[in-house]
Design a protein around this ligand. Structure first.
Ligand SMILES: O=C(O)C(=O)C[C@]1(C(=O)O)C=C[C@@H](O)C=C1
Length: 417
């Protein structure tokens, strides 16, 4: 297997330019019973949210009736984390020890339009084997084939092109904060969030066998991992130059491949095993409760339910900048809907709004796109009403997904991943 990388995408660029009907590779798009997918897509593709409140509420009513009819069929499809049904075989993690080399991440040129379809679910993640994202993919879809990709963008495209069935990508960490790139990509691509998975992240300092701290001149890792260990690295006397690389396990692989005796990596214990490195220090994250939240992405949305805790993620913008924010937030507050996350990103299409104050000069306001996660299912009337109201205040609104919360019992990152 290869890792997907950007150079694999020459063929993708072409594919993206052809007509939608020619664009698809792999099996034809699944037809979802009761026409649910179509209506939910209309609802979710913000530009397509009805042109008036009445339209929107009509869409919500259709959605709600479909949800009820789906719930009534008794076909619940609940799995450990996300409530999706999967055709289960075994998780194909890379073997350890003296076994064959781990698979190379997919690249853009690897995204050929003729994927091989096996029976297990194929789950794309960013990084190489041993990355935390690989562990997250395994937690989200325990019986799946993990497909390494060298960039987040490649993981998105691999699902769009039917090379993978799902992508599992990090969006935020409890210490390091948001992974902004993935927020931007969620907006640019048309995949749906179908679940979330929270992974306790337990970092180690790794170096080649025989290498001691005194030999080191630099520490390399994913920027998130470096920031999650900043204080501990200083406390332990690892005051060397820090260098960012694409992923934690990639840092370990780089040291092993290039036989670097002056460089340490921050990565998982599994990466140490895979790439033959020693663990110099264990559990070096600045807080034992170090958790990264990943979202699971699919080509089709899942049916929102009310029989278990759900979260909904939306993205919106307004032509007059931040002035609507209070009104949007109050639409949730009045209905007792808790927000679990709010994030703002530059409005790339229109980053600056200029206001001419004539004699006073020109005011230049930055424009933002807002992302909100809230604690309710789109199958709930209060969530539908809240969104109908939000739609009145915003120029653009899209539901990224309504999906089951990760409710797995809490265990701090005491064990290595
Ligand atoms: O580099 C990895 O191992 C990853 O899976 C990426 C990533 C991230 O993007 O935040 C995931 C989890 C950890 O928080 C550190 C890095």
């Amino acid at each position: 297997m290869h890792t997907l990388t950007p150079s694999s995408f020459n063929s993708l660029t072409y594919l993206n330019r052809v007509q939608p009907s020619q664009n698809r590779v792999g099996p034809p798009r699944r037809t979802v019973k009761c026409g649910y997918s179509l209506e939910f897509s209309n609802l979710t593709h913000g530009f397509g949210v009805g042109s008036s409140r009445a339209d929107f509420q009509h869409s919500c009513a259709i959605l709600a009736s479909k949800v009820i009819s789906q719930q009534d069929d008794g076909n619940h499809h609940v799995s450990a984390v996300n409530g999706e049904s999967t055709a289960a075989t075994n998780l194909q993690l890379v073997p350890l020890g003296n076994k064959p080399l781990p698979p190379k991440p997919l690249t853009i040129t690897d995204l050929s339009p003729a994927p091989i379809h096996g029976s297990s679910l194929r789950v794309a993640y960013q990084g190489v084997p041993g990355a935390y994202s690989e562990a997250a993919a395994g937690k989200a879809y325990p019986n799946s084939e993990a497909i390494p990709c060298d960039q987040f963008e490649v993981a998105f495209q691999s699902v769009e092109l039917w090379i993978a069935d799902r992508a599992v990508l990090p969006v935020e960490n409890s210490l390091g904060g948001s992974i902004h790139r993935n927020y931007d990509l969620l907006l640019r691509h048309r995949l749906h969030i179908v679940g979330e998975v929270q992974l306790p992240v337990h970092h180690c300092i790794l170096a080649l066998p025989g290498v001691r701290k005194e030999y080191l001149t630099r520490v390399i890792s994913h920027p998130q991992a470096l920031s999650q260990c900043e204080n501990t690295l200083t406390k332990l006397g690892f005051n060397f130059a820090r260098e960012a690389v694409d992923d934690t396990a990639g840092a370990a692989e780089f040291i092993a491949t290039n036989n670097l005796r002056d460089t340490a990596a921050i990565a998982s214990a599994r990466a140490a095993e895979l790439y033959g490195l020693n663990i110099l220090a264990d559990g070096i994250q600045d807080d034992p409760n170090n958790v990264t939240r990943f979202v699971m992405l699919a080509r089709e949305p899942i049916i929102p339910r009310t029989d278990r805790p759900f979260k909904t993620s939306i993205v919106f913008a307004h032509d007059n900048g931040t002035s609507v924010l209070f009104k949007v937030l109050s639409a949730f507050a009045f209905r007792n809907i808790s927000l679990t996350k709010i994030e703002s990103r530059p409005h790339r299409g229109r980053p600056i709004r200029v206001e001419d104050g004539e004699s006073e000069g020109t005011a230049k306001h930055f424009e933002y796109i807002f992302y909100i996660d809230f604690d309710a299912s789109m199958a709930e009337v209060r969530a539908q009403n809240a969104l109908a109201e939000v739609q009145e205040f915003t120029s653009f609104l899209r539901v990224l997904g309504s999906y089951p919360m990760d409710m797995t019992p809490w265990s701090p990152s005491s064990s290595s991943h």
